[in-house]
Ligand binder design. Structure first.
Ligand SMILES: [Zn+2]
Length: 216
């Protein structure tokens, strides 16, 4: 965890660094899920270190997301859980150029997300339902939050349908989106990573923190 600047309330920029154990007992390399996001968030922190913000910024790499968001839940329940203005989480940002995010419940953060995507010159896709990640530990407490991912455009739209359209998705029966067949397997390794995607995640994280900081 790194704390930057000062203020009465915190913006959290987060990514989990843990990976799962595979059936053969070895640990997954966990590059797509979620080392690539960790690198993106650290790159953003380097830029944000030199940015004047109204809020205190905490860049947090959480452990035990895969075991049930345990690190994030512990933080949310801890002494600084009551001073969080917004949480911006990153999970699965390794390849492709189409960002997508969990639609924030908080209207101000929802606007800030659009402003950040515009500033980063990228089109982001809103997901009403999005794969579970550490941000849900904060959503459960009514704290404004979102989580961002990047994948290829086709993969993003297939995942959107898979998660949000139910029986009427139009996807073939038994269809599994590519990324869900890749993470938590030995296919989640460094060969899957495009450095340009990690760089985009970092730029997006900078803009998201700046927009959330200006919002409230
Ligand atoms: Zn993950």
């Amino acid at each position: 965890m790194v704390t930057l600047g000062s203020g009465d309330k915190d913006i959290l920029l987060t990514a989990h660094y843990d990976a799962v154990f595979l059936k053969d007992g070895k640990m997954a390399e966990g590059v797509v899920d979620n080392a690539a996001s960790v690198v993106g968030v650290i790159q953003a922190a380097k830029v944000l270190q030199k940015t004047k913000l109204k809020h205190r910024l905490r860049v947090i790499l959480f452990d035990q997301e895969e075991l049930g968001l345990l690190g994030a839940r512990a933080y949310a329940a801890g002494p600084d859980g009551g001073r969080i203005a917004a949480v911006i989480n990153f999970d699965v940002n390794a390849f492709g150029a189409t960002p997508f995010f969990l639609e924030p419940k908080d209207p101000a953060l929802s606007v800030a997300v659009r402003q950040a995507c515009h500033a980063a010159k990228t089109d982001c896709v809103s997901f009403p339902v999005y794969p579970p990640s550490d941000n849900l530990a904060f959503r459960a407490r009514g704290i404004p939050e979102t989580s961002f991912s990047i994948m290829g455009q086709k993969d993003v739209h297939q995942l959107w349908l898979f998660m949000n359209a139910g029986k009427d998705s139009g996807l073939a029966e038994g269809f599994i989106p590519g990324v869900l067949a890749q993470i938590h397997t030995d296919k989640d390794n460094i060969s899957a990573v495009d450095p340009k995607t990690v760089e985009l995640a970092g730029r997006l994280a900078v803009e998201l923190v700046k927009a959330a900081d200006a919002a409230k």
